[in-house]
Design a protein around this ligand. Structure first.
Ligand code: TRP
Length: 333
C-alpha cells in the first residue's frame, strides 16, 4: 500500500453511464487496493442548482449503491457523504478568506454556469472551487482522480494550499490530478458523435441502470451503414465506436471475428449489434441488479454511511485542529 492519500468527490446527480464507469469508477476500484482512499458523495456541491429535497435524498442513496455495485468496497475505502462532515464547511470558510473574487469569477466552470443559469448565479457557485479544495485538503489529500474538466479546480486547490502554508506555516500538501495514464478511455456515444454524456446525448448513452430492453433498443439504433464496399477499407468513426464498445464487453475472439468480417466485406451490422447488446447486457445487468438490491437496503446503506462518516471525521478533525491552531484559533490552551 502506498502512503499518498487519495480523495475524490462523486457528483450526487446519479445515473452513472458507461463513460463514468470506464472513465472514473474503474480507476477508483483499482486505486482502493493501492492507496488509502477517501471517496464521498458531493451533495453540498449539488445544492448550487437547488435540487428538490426528495430527489436529493434519493440520488445520494442511488450514487452510493451504484458505486458499491461497481466494486468500491466500503471496508477498504472511506466512503461517506460530504454533508456528514462538518469540518469540511469549516475549512471552506477559512479557505474562502484566501480566495479572491477575481480568480473565482475567472474559473471556466463558473463562467459556464453563470451563462447557463443566469437567474441563479449564487455565491455557492462562485466558491465551488473553495469547497472542492476543502474536500481535498481536509484529509491532506495528495492524489485526486478526476477528469480533464477538473484540472482548473485542482490548480486552485494547490494555490489555496500554498497561500495557507505561506501565511500560517506548512499545513497542507499540494494535491495533484491523478490517472492511470493510458487507461483513461473515452467512451464514444452510439450516435457517432462525441462521447457518452448525460447532458448531450441521452439516447446514445448507456446507463448502468438501463433495462435489457433499453440496452438492446439503444444499440440497435446506433449509427451504422451498408458496410464497406472494398476489402480492408478504413472504418468510419461510428463503426470504430461500435468496435470500441465491443472491446470493452465482448470476448476477444468475438471482436476478431467481426473485424475479419468487416475486412472481408461480409459484415452484418445487425448481427454485430445483437452480439454487442447481448454482451453489454451481460456486463450491465449484474451491476444494475446489485444497485437495485443495495438501494432498497436502507439499513445497510445507512450503516455504510455512518461507518464512513466516523472514519472521515477522525481524519478531518485532526487536520482542522491543526489548521485552526496555525491560524491562531486556539483560545483555550
Ligand atoms: N467537482 C467534481 C465534479 O464535478 C466533484 C468534486 C467535488 C470533487 N469535490 C471534489 C472531485 C473533490 C475531486 C475532489 O466531478
Amino acid at each position: 500500500m502506498n502512503k499518498e492519500i487519495v480523495v475524490s468527490g462523486i457528483r450526487s446527480t446519479g445515473d452513472l453511464h458507461l463513460g463514468n464507469y470506464f472513465g472514473a469508477m474503474k480507476n477508483y476500484v483499482k486505486m482502493q487496493h493501492e492507496y488509502p482512499c477517501f471517496f464521498f458523495v458531493a451533495d453540498y456541491h449539488s445544492l448550487t442548482t437547488h435540487p428538490d429535497p426528495a430527489a436529493l435524498k434519493n440520488n445520494v442513496y442511488k450514487v452510493l449503491a451504484e458505486n458499491i455495485a461497481c466494486g468500491l468496497d466500503p471496508e477498504k475505502v472511506t466512503l461517506y457523504v460530504q454533508s456528514d462532515i462538518p469540518e469540511i464547511p469549516e475549512l471552506y470558510l477559512m479557505l474562502n478568506m484566501m480566495a479572491y473574487k477575481g480568480e473565482l469569477e475567472k474559473t471556466a466552470s463558473f463562467k459556464e454556469k453563470a451563462r447557463s443559469q443566469p437567474d441563479n448565479v449564487n455565491a455557492g457557485l462562485l466558491t465551488y472551487p473553495t469547497l472542492m479544495s476543502a474536500d481535498i485538503l481536509i484529509h491532506k489529500g495528495q492524489y485526486v482522480p478526476v477528469g480533464k474538466d477538473q484540472e482548473q479546480h485542482l490548480e486552485m486547490a494547490r494555490n489555496f494550499a500554498q497561500r495557507f502554508n505561506h501565511r500560517y506555516g506548512e499545513t497542507f500538501p499540494e494535491p495533484l490530478a491523478f490517472n492511470f495514464g493510458t487507461q483513461l478511455v473515452k467512451i464514444p456515444s452510439l450516435d457517432g458523435s462525441g462521447k457518452m454524456s448525460k447532458s448531450v446525448n441521452e439516447n446514445a448513452t448507456i446507463y448502468l441502470s438501463d433495462s435489457d430492453d433499453i440496452i438492446l433498443r439503444k444499440i440497435k439504433k446506433a449509427k451504422s451503414d451498408q458496410g464497406p464496399a472494398e476489402p480492408n477499407s478504413e472504418m468510419p468513426d461510428y463503426i470504430q465506436n461500435l468496435f470500441l464498445l465491443m472491446e470493452l464487453v465482448s470476448a476477444a475472439d468475438t471482436v476478431e471475428k467481426f473485424k475479419q468480417d468487416y475486412n472481408e466485406c461480409n459484415i452484418r451490422y445487425g448481427d454485430l449489434k445483437i452480439q454487442l447488446a447481448d454482451d453489454m447486457v451481460r456486463f450491465v445487468a449484474p451491476i444494475r441488479e446489485k444497485t437495485h438490491a443495495l438501494k432498497n437496503d436502507t439499513a445497510l446503506l445507512q450503516k455504510i454511511m455512518k461507518d464512513g462518516k466516523e472514519k472521515a471525521r477522525a481524519s478531518a478533525s485532526s487536520t482542522l485542529a491543526e489548521a485552526r491552531k496555525n491560524m491562531g484559533i486556539h483560545y483555550y490552551c
